[in-house]
Design a protein. Structure first.
Length: 306
């Protein structure tokens, strides 16, 4: 009497269809999936198989004719044994292992502000992600069309070049290749606003050159708040750095400053909108000495002859 041949195939969401498992090999499967065991390929060369007994390694077993399914209640490594017996009482078996791995948990927080002005650098932390086997990669989709960032680092940063509302998605992959995803619903994770525009004219001296002492007058009414849905609101502050160590600020778009010492000065305007967005503009002025007064004309001296 020849021994029967024990063969079993498995199908799971992770492995796909495996027509016949290899003896003593370990296969990884998801903890949440139901596994199909197919013993149809088992055979007997000189008789018929009369019984098949499949032990799942978790304390449960079943007599099977062709196909059966089983789900594992918890993650872990399980030794699976199929024993087949023929009509003459001879038996054989095949043993293999299933590594049942729970999916990782993907979680992240924004460790910087979630609202900023373009260009805006946001910081993210995936420290809240977890897995029983260990996470090997964090794949970030920042929602702005840039290539995904795949890294083993828990903390990352990303620079948003343009205004908009962006939903960030994180995929984490564990040591067995199981992937889990986290994103904040359909609500924007990051909001990036447009900055205002800073512009001013030097009303006096118009050519940028003044004789000390002189008063420089500036007008920033050409500065403008951003428009559209990503505006940060109206301009609320005009700050002036006069280049001589002094500065002024206020809500008025006009200002003036007295220069008393000859030098070259850079006047810098910073405008701030209602949400804190800033923009700058600058202009150079030259403070020079007044030219000396013209020399007095010589008075001729008349000499009389005696």
């Amino acid at each position: 009497n020849k021994l029967p041949v024990a063969l079993v195939g498995i199908t799971s969401s992770r492995t796909g269809v495996i027509a016949a498992v290899e003896r003593d090999r370990v296969y990884s499967v998801d903890a949440v999936s139901t596994i199909t065991f197919d013993t149809t390929a088992s055979s007997d060369p000189d008789g018929t198989i009369v019984s098949k007994h499949l032990a799942f390694g978790d304390g449960q077993s079943v007599a099977v004719t062709t196909v059966t399914t089983h789900a594992y209640a918890s993650s872990g490594k399980y030794s699976v044994v199929l024993v087949v017996t023929d009509d003459q009482g001879a038996s054989s078996n095949i043993t293999f292992a299933l590594h049942v791995n729970a999916a990782p948990t993907a979680s992240f927080t924004v460790s910087s502000a979630t609202l900023g002005h373009a260009p805006f650098v946001a910081s993210f932390s995936a420290a809240g992600s977890s897995d029983d086997a260990g996470i090997v990669t964090y794949a970030w989709d920042f929602g702005d069309g840039s290539p995904a960032l795949v890294s083993s680092d828990v903390a990352v940063t990303h620079r948003y070049a343009s205004s908009g509302s962006y939903v960030v998605r994180l995929n984490v992959t564990d040591t067995d290749g199981v992937v889990s995803t986290m994103f904040v619903g359909s609500d924007p994770t990051i909001r990036v606003l447009d900055r205002p525009t800073a512009s001013f004219v030097l009303e006096s001296p118009a050519d940028g050159v003044g004789e000390v002492p002189f008063t420089a007058s500036v007008d920033a009414s050409a500065s403008a708040a951003a428009t559209g849905g990503n505006s940060g609101g109206a301009i609320v502050s005009y700050s002036w750095s006069w280049g001589d160590g002094s500065s002024t600020s206020g809500s008025s778009s006009t200002s003036s400053h007295l220069f008393t010492t000859t030098s070259t000065y850079e006047i810098v305007l910073t405008v701030t909108d209602a949400s804190g967005g800033t923009a700058t503009a600058s202009r150079t002025v030259y403070a020079v000495d007044a030219p000396p007064p013209p020399a007095a004309a010589a008075v001729p001296v008349l000499v009389s002859a005696n």
